[in-house]
Design a protein. Sequence first.
Lengths: 77, 474
Amino acid sequence: MIEWSSFAIVAAATWVSAIIVITLFSVGVRMRAAHLDRVEEGRSSSALPVGYWAVFGICGAVVLLGVYLIVPALHGA
Amino acid sequence: MEIIFVVVLVIALALFFDFTNGFHDTANAMATPIATGAIKPKAAVTLAAILNLVGAFLSTEVAKTISGGIIKEGGGGVQITPDFILAGLIGAIIWNMATWRFGLPSSSSHALFGGLIGAAIVGAGLNSVDYGVFLSKVVIPALAAPLIAGFSAYLCTKIAYVITRRNEEGKTARRAPFKYGQIFSSSLVALAHGTNDAQKTMGVITLVLVSANLQEHGTGPHIWVITACALAIALGTYVGGWRIIDTLGTKLTTVKPAQGLSAETSTAAAILASSHLGFALSTTQVASGSVLGSGLGRKGADVQWSTAGRIASGWLLTIPAAAIVGGIAAGIAHLGTVGVVVDTVIAVVVVLWIYLSSRRVEETDISNFDTVGEAVNIRGRKRKLRKDRNRKRAQEKREARYEAWAEKQAAKEKRRAHRDAKKNGAVPAEAAKTSSSSTGSASGADAGRASNTGADAGRADASRADASDKGDAK
């Protein structure tokens, strides 16, 4: 009666997806901080903004994936 | 005619249940962004209300059974009549109001299950409840939700702080983007809530209409049902249960942006995973677990275990309490239309009573808060005053000591000069010289004292700066 396998799947899916998103976002925050430091010191930093915007973009895509999963009309459930 | 009257009453109660569901669950999505200041309270509840409204229209999947299989419905079990649903709804509404009154986040669907279980037991005996389904759909998820979401939020918070921590001198962590991230993660939770929870009420109303032969079996909810439910849950969300937002956002633990984002991401991930991989978790229990986990994950965030215990005991009580109320309501409803009217009147009176009592207590609550806050402030201020006073006294003592010492020194000089003058046989020029030198030495002592007090003041300043730094760190 107790569905241990689906319990395990839900737990693993939650942990993995949340950790991936937070890790990406944190790396973005770190890159932005490094970028701002460089700007303050007057050094050039053109690669870092590209990096952190890319990472934030991926996080945004994950949010859109979430919306896709929430709305049944989009995935035909 | 009578049956239509009952159906109308049930629909009204169902919409009110939807409303309580909305203001009960605003906290799940919006407690943490409000607590960190990522979104202003008014904006947060508005956003949540709009997303709930939209969400309610996005998904119109109707449940096949009203209780998700916990109660054996139809042949051999409970006959789903409007009376039965009415009793279940009354149990759920009263429990929702009571938990809101005490600021406890508790699952609205569990309250509905509880009310229905009570009504079923009174109406058709203990055998009408499928305890296996009850265990697997209510008890186990209630234990699993905080574990899954809490552990996730704990890990995420740790990771977020480890990655963004900067050990270099003079470099700040610059964690501002976490606040912006919170807007999206909490919106996702609000949208998921709208698609899930408005469905329950739509299902209840549709089942009532079907059971009263006002709607064909197997058809979806009418558009007016969808609209009414969407509006009810959105209005409830907009009104916002401040008590529960307060409990979840500030009383359980102090929430910082990185922590809030971790908690919300974990909540969203757990809800999406559970609704797509077939292990239904309660949004409220997931959200509470996430906040708790994020508090455990950040160094310096203290978790209030007494609040956590209060919330947990609220969860334990949800089903039995709602079941007792639902059972009593079902017993009264058996009297027929009169019983249904009596039920409804009692429910309205109890709801109003809880609401009014909450207003009265809120005032005393606020005044208590004020006095507590003032007491804390006064203590802080007193401590500061005492410190200042002690510092001043020490300074005065030091000055007095130096003065005494300087006087003594001057007197000594004078005596020595006098002695010397006596010994050398009173040479006026020399006496004048020594006297000038003695004043010189006295002024030197003065200067020394001044520089000394200056150093003291500097030290005092430094220690004060230290203290204020510590205060900031806290």
